[in-house]
Write a protein that binds this ligand. Structure first.
Ligand code: SF4
Length: 265
């Protein structure tokens, strides 16, 4: 008789901490952030390049917002992560849990087991921040999500191109009735044709899906990933692009990264 080996789910993490969400529909709310390691994209504007590979250790905040980090080894077990999130969840502080990265969907197998349990123990809604290019993995965890922020990667700004995957991804979100919004990072290099194509794609799924135009936060010289530095768009460009996108969807908001202004993580 062969015995089946049951492997316990583990995840590779960067950090767990409590902070104010600085982007998109949940801007200003307090969240427990779980930042997963690994990303399979290489966006030119990435401010999280340290997540691209797995560090041997992760840092876990002890008390919400106090930055009293403890260091633990990767990978971490599901039960351990639940304990850390429970420790952060001092009522009534947090509005939701944010799954971020890196690309959290690279951990979909782990999340399928983790999410129902963390929902039960905290009672908090679950928010996914994602590059929006892995619809198959999204489908596996959609039943456990409350809201999704999908980054739309414009080739002219990010260097990435995932039009078909974005369309499938948004369609899945729309059909599941999870709350979804689209975030588009814009820079001085933004090609308006890319923006139009993105607006059309979103509107074909539903013109009710809100779009957030997020002017890029320029990276420090030491963080630049390409030879050509990326700059924020001029104010008049942003006004023109908001008007352009309003031809496609009802809500187009322009919101820069407010956590950077507040000097938050
Ligand atoms: S998807 Fe996010 S983490 Fe990955 S390269 Fe792009 S900006 Fe960086």
């Amino acid at each position: 008789m062969t015995t089946k080996t049951v492997t316990k789910p583990t995840a590779r993490l960067i950090e767990v901490f409590s902070a104010i969400q600085g982007e998109g529909l949940n801007v200003g709310t307090r969240q427990i952030f779980i930042r997963f390691a690994l990303c399979d994209l290489r966006c030119h504007f990435c401010d999280s390049a340290h997540t691209w590979s797995t560090p041997t250790t992760c840092r876990i905040e002890r008390s919400p917002g106090l930055r009293d980090f403890e260091i633990y080894s990767n990978p971490v077990s599901l039960t351990q992560l639940i304990e850390w999130v429970k420790r952060q969840n001092i009522l009534p502080l947090h509005d939701s849990i944010s799954l971020t990265g890196g690309e959290p969907l690279l951990h979909a197998q782990f999340l399928v087991e983790f999410l129902p349990q963390v929902r039960t123990v905290t009672g908090l809604p679950i928010y996914l921040e994602t590059g929006g290019h892995r619809p198959e993995q999204l489908a596996n965890i959609l039943p456990y999500l409350d809201s999704v922020g999908m980054d739309f990667k414009l080739p002219s700004v990010s260097g990435e191109s995932h039009w078909q995957e974005h369309a499938k991804f948004l369609q899945l979100c729309y059909e599941s009735q999870v709350e979804v919004f689209v975030k588009i990072i814009v820079s001085d290099k933004t090609d308006p044709t890319d923006l139009e194509d993105a607006g059309l794609l979103v509107a074909e799924v539903s013109p009710q899906i809100p779009i957030f135009l997020q002017p890029v936060t320029p990276l420090a010289a030491s963080e630049q990933l390409t030879q050509n530095p990326i700059f924020a768009p001029a104010p008049e460009q942003v006004l023109i692009w908001q008007a352009l996108m309003k031809r496609f969807v009802k809500q187009v908001r322009v919101v820069p990264q407010t956590h950077k202004m507040l000097n938050q993580l």
